[in-house]
Design a protein around this ligand. Structure first.
Ligand code: 4NP
Length: 159
């Protein structure tokens, strides 16, 4: 199973989601069954480390984002990943627009998995520290919901 988190710049929300989801997979004993990555719609920050504010907020919760580097959404991602999970409605529209015909990946807002239908992860880039804490809370809740679904899919008998 392969999961890709998508935001605008790939330096705040989606790397945070990647780090949090990786930790939740380890806690759930599923880290060896699920591949995780993140990317951005835009190219401005390609090759950069996560925003220092996002990295510091994650570190306070014991999550290390220092190895991550930003990259842009690519055509191959639609074949490679089972889930492409967008942080907000603009990201979602961009993913859907680039999605090739016949693509079978699940594409939705990430917070759908937290039981928050149609709700975005707010962009913290132009705000204060609180925004980065909120991102962590939201992606943590959604990570747990996504793990519940993935566990069911992995345990379901093949038909
Ligand atoms: P992200 O946040 O999409 O969560 O990585 C942003 C990062 C950079 C910019 C906007 C949002 N920017 O305008 O450069």
């Amino acid at each position: 199973m392969r999961v890709l988190f998508v935001c605008l710049g790939n330096i705040c929300r989606s790397p945070t989601a990647e780090g949090v989801f990786r930790r939740e997979l380890e806690v759930a004993g599923l880290a060896h069954r699920v591949e995780v990555d993140s990317c951005g719609i835009g190219a401005w920050h390609v090759g950069k480390s996560p925003d220092p504010r996002a990295a510091a907020a994650a570190r306070r919760r014991g999550i290390d984002l220092s190895e991550l580097r930003a990259r842009q959404l690519a055509a191959e991602d639609f074949q490679r990943f089972d889930y492409l999970l967008a942080m907000d409605h603009d990201n979602l529209a961009a993913v859907r627009q680039q999605c090739p015909d016949g693509c079978r990946a699940h594409i939705s807002l990430f917070l759908d998995f937290a039981g928050h239908a149609d709700r975005p992860v707010p962009d913290p880039y132009y705000g204060g520290e609180h925004g980065f804490e909120e991102v962590l809370d939201l992606v943590d809740a959604a990570s747990r919901g996504l793990i519940d679904e993935i566990r069911q899919r992995l345990e379901a008998p093949r038909s």
